[in-house]
Design a protein around this ligand. Structure first.
Ligand SMILES: *Cc1c(COP(=O)(O)O)cnc(C)c1O
Length: 348
């Protein structure tokens, strides 16, 4: 590290050089990303709350209210009036929290010592991290011909050690939506936690459904669903890091709360201690600014572009892996290996 201070201008000269090496969303050359440039109003709110610490909400009572409001607003399109949860760093942390809660409840209520977690083969790799950190056996079950979880395979794998089932609403690679309704019935029958990972789809499926798109139900209106991951920093247009974890009631947070003696609150359920309040403020700002109408318009425009891309790829002789359900297009080149195609695209 430098011994003597460096001037503001010199530092920003350096930062500019590094930033110039990054890809920019505005260049239109980022082809595969679940995130995008944050909305200007979200960035403005983010900087305004940059010093706020939600890890100590007694000191930041206003920011805490914003977090509560954001969760309630998200709940309003996921069929739950009073969700309980937190704004977190993203889908990974949200998923780990959901599985941690399920594991603790299974341990405390059913005495399960070495739990098993059932996920579809299409699940995001964050569940591998969760299983490793929480000492769970990860059971990855097969998909059907449309790349959705096969409920029969789930049923076959449920046993007395199953602590949770995961369904995905908007898979990372293909944008598929698992048959959550079937999973919900199974979860109720077997008294098992059903977690829905809607990190990507949470900010588009509900609005597309409202506008008449034929998409399956996946939210808290299904009784077996106990927790949902939704990422404002993906289709929500909030800055990174903005994730959301919603639970059906307080008992799911209580199951993982620990005493927090030196803070203004008595206990804490989040994995992270000190955590930024800026995400809550930014998400509140952009959600209020766009409203349901704004998100619906964005989602529809994205779907129109999706179909344009898919149709024209087909016309050029590419093979779609699957007809898109959300704004993700996956395809094979007529003769190039995927890796080769990716390299050629990167060179350009
Ligand atoms: C992106 C994604 C995640 C992980 O979210 P991060 O914000 O990258 O931690 C989890 N699940 C799904 C379905 C995702 O698309």
């Amino acid at each position: 590290m430098n011994e003597k201070p460096i001037s503001h201008d010199e530092i920003f000269n350096q930062l500019n050089k590094f930033q110039a090496m990054d890809c920019k969303y505005s260049d239109g050359r980022i082809l595969g990303s679940m995130c995008t440039e944050a909305h200007p109003i979200a960035k403005e709110a983010f900087f305004k709350f940059i010093d706020s610490n939600l890890g100590d909400p007694g000191l930041f009572k206003g920011t805490k209210l914003l977090e509560d409001k954001v969760l309630k607003m998200i709940g309003s399109f996921l069929s739950i009036e009073n969700p309980v949860g937190h704004m977190v760093t993203g889908g990974t942390e949200a998923n780990i929290m959901a599985i941690r809660s399920a594991r603790n409840l299974a341990r405390d209520n059913k005495g399960i010592k070495k739990g098993e977690l059932i996920v579809p083969k299409s699940a995001h790799f964050s569940f591998k991290k969760a299983a490793d950190m929480l000492d769970l056996k990860l059971i990855r079950v097969d998909l059907d011909e449309n790349y959705r979880i096969n409920p029969k395979c789930v049923e076959e794998n449920i046993n007395e050690n199953t602590i949770a089932i995961v369904g995905i609403a908007g898979t990372t690679e293909l944008g598929m939506i698992d048959p959550i309704e079937d999973l919900s019935k199974m979860a109720i029958q077997n008294d098992i936690h059903l977690h829905v990972d809607a990190a990507f789809g949470g900010f588009s499926i509900p609005f597309l459904k409202d506008k008449g798109y034929d998409l399956p139900n996946f939210d808290f209106s299904l009784e077996g669903v106990k927790s949902i991951t939704v990422d404002p920093h993906k289709m929500g247009l909030s800055p990174i890091p903005s994730g959301g974890i919603l639970f059906r009631d307080q008992s799911y947070l209580d199951a993982m709360s620990v005493d927090s003696p030196y803070l203004t609150i008595k206990n804490q359920s989040t994995i992270v201690g000190t955590r930024l309040g800026a995400s809550a403020a930014a998400t509140y700002a952009v959600m209020s600014y766009l409203g349901k109408e704004g998100y619906a318009n964005n989602a529809i425009e994205a779907m129109e572009k999706t179909h344009f891309l898919a149709d024209n790829l087909k016309n050029l002789g590419y093979e779609l892996i699957v007809e898109p359900k959300l704004n993700i297009v996956a395809f094979n080149h007529p003769y190039l290996e995927t890796f080769e195609l990716a390299q050629l695209l990167e060179e350009r």
